[in-house]
Design a protein around this ligand. Structure first.
Ligand code: FAD
Ligand code: 2HG
Ligand code: ZN
Length: 481
């Protein structure tokens, strides 16, 4: 499907002409001004292969200075642009809606510095998350975030979406761990906010505007992030629970009894596990194939192998005896641990292989979180496979509705119901993926009119011609008044 079916191109934007191409080549050299159809096809298509833009040009700058020159020129010519990192975003934010120029950051992948005393890493925005994880591993540190897309996603994309992931329960959000940023504004101004201090209360902390603004306020070029030391003992348990209440109670118990070493608390329902086992290469059920309704992964990370393991084992034994868990297995080595993670992290890929998928990334009070999955099952009957999984420790449900093919009558059964339900229960319609294109017009379910108006004023102040990632994040109507 094309984006164009549900949006209108802003006629204020210029189309790229041959003089523009000549100009971009003078900034970047011929090789990094890409007009090749195959390369553009990939860059125009999102990870979900749900939407397709029609950009005829991708630029691949190497330096902040080049980004600045590109944006300055685009701003003066009213050429709209879309910043793109690893293109793993799940809300249609990283690809053009129409013919916006794609500014891809893949060549900006240098590590600038790493301070072993403070654990502060400074790097360029195009560093792939997995490469940063490997780099830090050699230094005895870890990234404070980890997610299934780590092999492709870039730190600039992570910060622009304020990605959560599997470790947020322990290390908190990027609003806490990102210490500084360098970003280029729409008019080419370079904002140096690349501080490396933990504390700095000199005026407004503007870096926060860029964290989670999905490329709509500026293009992030460098980042500084606080990384925790790598601890020696990591344990992972894959557990089964008979009902959702048990998953919830187990979370409270885990916080109470494993609090200081708890580093992940993830859950999946039986339907999610079935999909993973069916569609993921090499996936095996870690438990004997009995019928359980829910599964929980608990990871602990600490500094004392013997006592950490004893603590986790005692916790698991207690939980078995009290009936909170009905079965469970502790990974015996790194390979087994990564096979457990493969199941959890691979669910989005399994869903993609299963057919079409409607995705909802909801923050909800933990006790209400699974009700929406059950209500949705009742609404849709056998027309769809409704699955629920996610970051239970953070109150973040990934409600996914898998269908053989996209079907507007099914969609009409899902939306606006799912958004109204979330709003009624004081949840957020986007916990961690952002709004992008697909959810820009749904912002009012989670934000008040006055809040959206202030966001629109900030957008207009920072990007008066609206060239940065248009049609995303904010509904176009909020920007015209
Ligand atoms: P892209 O997809 O390229 O871009 C995402 C957005 O950021 C776009 O709006 C783009 O315009 C903007 N952008 C990118 N780079 C820059 C930049 N340098 N400056 C300004 N704007 C920029 N998300 C989670 O929060 N938690 C998860 O656990 C998680 N798991 C995932 C698992 C899989 C398998 C997949 C496919 C996605 C997952 N995601 C998750 C979605 C998540 O948003 C992305 O994976 C990641 O954060 C995006 O990084 P990226 O480099 O691919 O960004
Ligand atoms: C995850 O936690 C990602 O696996 C993707 O955020 C969630 O695909 C999804 O719904
Ligand atoms: Zn997630």
């Amino acid at each position: 499907r094309n984006y164009a079916t549900s949006a209108q191109r802003n006629p204020m934007f210029s189309s790229v002409n041959s003089d523009d191409i000549v100009h971009f080549k003078s900034i970047l050299g011929d090789k990094y001004v890409i007009e090749d159809k195959d390369k553009l096809d990939d860059a125009n298509t999102d990870w979900l292969r749900k939407f397709k833009g029609s950009s005829k040009l991708m630029l691949q700058p190497r330096t902040t200075e080049e980004v600045s020159q590109i944006l300055k020129y685009c701003n003066s010519r009213r050429i709209a642009v879309v910043p793109q990192g690893g293109n793993t975003g799940l809300v249609g934010g990283s690809i053009p809606v129409f013919d916006e120029v794609i500014i891809n950051t893949s060549r900006m992948h240098k590590i600038v510095s790493f301070d072993k005393v403070s654990g502060v890493l400074v790097c360029e925005a195009g560093c792939v998350l997995e490469n940063l994880i490997s780099f830090l591993d050699n230094e005895g540190f870890i990234m404070p975030l980890d997610l299934g897309a780590k092999g492709s996603c870039q730190i600039g994309g992570n910060i622009s979406t304020n990605a959560g992931g599997l470790r947020l329960v322990r290390y908190g959000s990027l609003h806490g761990t990102v210490l500084g940023l360098e970003a280029v504004l729409a008019d080419g101004t370079i904002l140096d906010m690349l501080g490396t201090l933990r504390k700095d209360n000199t005026g407004y902390d503007l870096k926060h505007l860029f964290i989670g603004s999905e490329g709509s306020l500026g293009l992030i070029t460098k980042i500084s992030i606080l990384t925790p030391p790598k601890l020696s003992s990591v344990n992972l348990a894959f557990l089964a629970c008979s009902d959702y209440r048990s998953c919830q109670k187990l979370l409270l118990e885990a916080k109470r009894k494993l609090g200081e070493i708890l580093s992940a608390y993830e859950f999946l329902d039986a339907q999610s596990l079935d999909l993973a086992l069916k569609h993921l290469e090499g996936a095996r059920n870690p438990l004997p194939p009995l019928m359980h309704n829910f599964y929980v992964l608990i990871e602990t990370t600490g500094s004392d192998e013997t006592s950490d393991k004893q603590k986790l084992e005692a916790f698991l034994l207690d939980s078995l005896e009290s009936g909170l868990i009905s079965d469970g297995v502790l990974a015996q080595d790194i390979q087994q641990a990564s096979s457990f993670w493969h199941i959890r992290e691979g669910i989005p890929e399994a869903l993609l292989k299963a057919g079409g998928v409607y995705k909802y990334d909801l923050s909800l009070p933990v006790e209400k979180m699974y009700d929406i999955v059950e209500e949705m099952r009742t609404r849709l009957g056998s027309a769809a496979n409704v699955v629920g999984y996610g970051h239970l420790g953070d109150g973040n449900l990934h409600l996914n509705i898998s269908v053989p093919q996209y079907d507007n009558t099914i969609l009409a059964q899902i939306e606006p119901f799912v958004y109204e339900w979330t709003s009624k229960h004081h949840g957020s319609i986007s916990a961690e993926h952002g709004l992008g294109f697909t959810k820009a017009d749904k912002i009012y379910y989670s934000k008040s009119l006055e809040t959206v108006q202030l966001m629109a004023s900030i957008k207009k102040l920072m990007d008066p011609h609206g060239i940065l990632n248009p049609y995303k994040v904010l509904p176009p109507s909020s920007l015209t008044s």
